[in-house]
Design a protein around this ligand. Structure first.
Ligand code: HEM
Length: 408
C-alpha cells in the first residue's frame, strides 16, 4: 500500500511543481478563511466616512492610484526604504493622496478578526473603494478578490502612469488604453469626480486661461484660488462632493468642469455623447461605473501561484491559496522548518523524477494502470544501483510521506 502511495506521490507532486501563474480573482476568495473580513472593512470605512465625508473620496482615489501603477498590488502603500522609492512621493500623490491611516486601521482590524494576516492590502484597497462609494450613495458591486501584494514600488512609474489634470482627450484615452481600459471606462471612471475636492494649483490654469469655461463658474472659483498663492485651497470637484450622483456630468455639459482633464471629456470630441448620456441617466452611469471599477481592479493583478495537479491523465488547476488557506498559524520558527523540509522534499522528488519510468509508461499509454506487482519489479529494477541502506531509508521516508498524503 505504501509503495502504491509512493508512485502516486511522484505523479502528483512532480507535476504539481510545474507551477504556473493563474489569475483567479473571486468575490468568495476569503469566504472560508475569514468570513468576518468584509463586514469589518465596511464598518471601518463607514465610521471613517461618518467622521469625515471626504474620506470616502480619498479612499476611492487610493485604489485608482494603486491600480494604475503596475497593477492593483498595494505598492502605493509602501514607504521609502533603501531599496524602495515610495509612490507616495510621486507628483500625483505627494501632499495629495490621503486616507492611508484608514487603510492601516482596516488592516489591523482585519488581521485581528481573521487571527492572521490573510487578507491582502491590495484587496483592502479595492473593497474600501467600493464601500466608500456605497457609503456616499453610489452603486454597489461584488469585488473580485485574491490579489497578492507587491514587495516593490516605483515612484518613476507613478509619475509616468497616473494621468495629469493637464491632459487633453487623446492623452487621456492613450493613458487609459495602456491600462487596458477603453473610452467608456475613461468617462465612467472619471465620474468618480462626482466626489471629493481638488487643490487650487491643479485647476488654476483652467480658471484663468481657458475659454471653454462658464464665466460665472470661473469667477466663483477664482475667489478662493488666486493667481498667486493659495495653492492648497480646496474646491469641490462637483457641486455635491459628498454625494455620488450625476452632478459631475451635468457640470461638464455646462462647461463647469473643474480640471482641464475633466472638461476635455466634453469639448467637441468622441466622448461628448457618453458624457451627455450619463448626465441624463444616473442608472446608466452607476451601472457602467461599477463595471469599470471591476475592470480597473483587475489591472495586472498578482495572484497566488496555481499548481497543476495531474494524475492518471486528468489535470486540475488548483490555486495554491486553496491548499494553503487553512494552514494553521504556526510560530515563525516552525514555519521556517516547514519551508525547509518542503524544499528538501521538492528537490529530492525533482532529482529522481527523471528516472521514474512509470511516467514514461503513462505518457506513452494513457490506459496504463500500475499493478502492485508490476510496481515492485519496476521499482527494484530502477533502483538496482541505489539499494544501499541510505537509499532504503529515503525510500521508506518517501513511502511514509506518500501514505500520509493518501490518507489526508
Ligand atoms: C481621468 C484622469 C484623472 C485625472 C487627470 C485625475 C486627477 C485628479 C486630481 C488632480 C485630483 C485633485 C487632487 C488634489 O488636488 O490633491 C483628483 C481628485 C480625485 N480623483 Fe481623480 N483623476 C482622474 C481619474 C480618476 C479616477 C479614475 C478616479 C477613481 C476611480 C478618481 C478619483 C478621484 C477622487 C475621488 C478625487 C477626490 C479625492 C479627495 O477629495 O481626496 N480620479 N483627481
Amino acid at each position: 500500500m505504501a509503495s502504491r502511495g509512493a508512485f502516486q506521490l511522484n505523479v502528483l507532486l512532480i507535476l504539481a511543481f510545474a507551477a504556473t501563474a493563474f489569475s483567479a480573482l473571486s468575490p468568495y476568495y476569503y469566504e472560508h478563511v475569514c468570513p468576518e473580513a468584509l463586514p469589518t472593512i465596511k464598518r471601518v470605512v463607514e465610521a471613517a466616512v461618518y467622521n469625515e465625508r471626504r474620506m470616502g473620496a480619498s479612499l476611492l482615489r487610493l485604489h485608482f492610484h494603486d491600480c494604475f501603477v503596475n497593477g492593483c498590488d498595494a505598492s502605493l502603500l509602501l514607504d521609502s526604504t533603501s531599496t524602495i522609492d515610495s509612490e507616495k512621493n510621486s507628483r500625483a500623490n505627494q501632499n495629495s493622496a490621503r486616507g492611508f491611516e484608514v487603510i492601516d486601521q482596516i488592516k489591523i482590524e482585519v488581521d485581528k478578526i481573521c487571527r492572521r494576516p490573510v487578507f491582502s492590502c491590495a484587496d483592502i484597497l479595492a473593497v474600501a473603494a467600493r464601500d466608500s462609494v456605497v457609503a456616499l450613495g453610489g452603486p454597489s458591486w461584488m469585488v473580485p478578490l485574491g490579489r497578492r501584494d507587491s514587495t516593490t514600488a516605483s515612484r518613476t512609474q507613478a509619475d509616468s502612469d497616473i494621468p495629469s489634470p493637464l491632459m487633453d482627450l487623446p492623452a487621456l484615452i492613450e493613458n487609459f488604453k495602456r491600462q487596458g481600459l477603453d473610452e467608456r471606462d475613461l468617462v465612467a471612471l472619471s465620474g468618480a469626480h462626482t466626489l471629493g475636492f481638488a487643490q487650487c494649483f491643479t485647476f488654476r490654469g483652467r480658471i484663468y486661461n481657458e475659454t471653454n469655461i462658464d464665466d460665472d463658474f470661473a469667477e466663483e472659483r477664482r475667489k478662493t484660488c488666486p493667481r498667486n498663492g493659495g495653492n492648497t485651497t480646496l474646491a469641490p470637484l462637483d457641486p455635491s462632493p459628498a454625494r455620488f450622483d450625476t452632478g459631475y456630468f451635468n457640470n461638464l455639459v455646462e462647461e463647469e468642469g473643474l480640471l482641464h482633464s475633466d472638461q476635455a471629456l466634453f469639448n467637441g470630441g468622441s466622448t461628448d455623447e457618453l458624457v451627455k448620456a450619463y448626465s441624463e441617466n444616473a442608472r446608466a452611469f452607476s451601472a457602467d461605473f461599477a463595471k469599470s471599477m471591476v475592470k480597473m481592479g483587475n489591472i495586472k493583478v498578482l495572484t497566488g501561484e496555481a499548481v497543476f495537479w495531474c494524475c492518471l491523465g486528468l489535470c486540475l488547476v488548483v490555486p495554491l491559496s486553496l491548499i494553503l488557506r487553512d494552514m494553521p498559524s504556526y510560530p515563525f520558527d516552525k514555519q521556517v522548518k516547514i519551508v525547509i523540509v518542503t524544499m528538501a522534499i521538492h528537490n529530492y522528488i525533482r532529482r529522481h523524477a527523471k528516472c521514474d519510468h512509470h511516467f514514461e509508461k503513462i505518457e506513452n499509454d494513457p490506459n496504463f494502470i500500475l499493478e502492485d506487482n508490476d510496481r515492485d519489479d519496476d521499482f527494484q529494477e530502477e533502483n538496482h544501483n541505489s539499494n544501499t541502506p541510505g537509499a532504503r531509508e529515503v525510500k521508506k521516508l518517501r513511502d511514509s510521506i506518500a501514505a500520509s498524503l493518501m490518507r489526508a
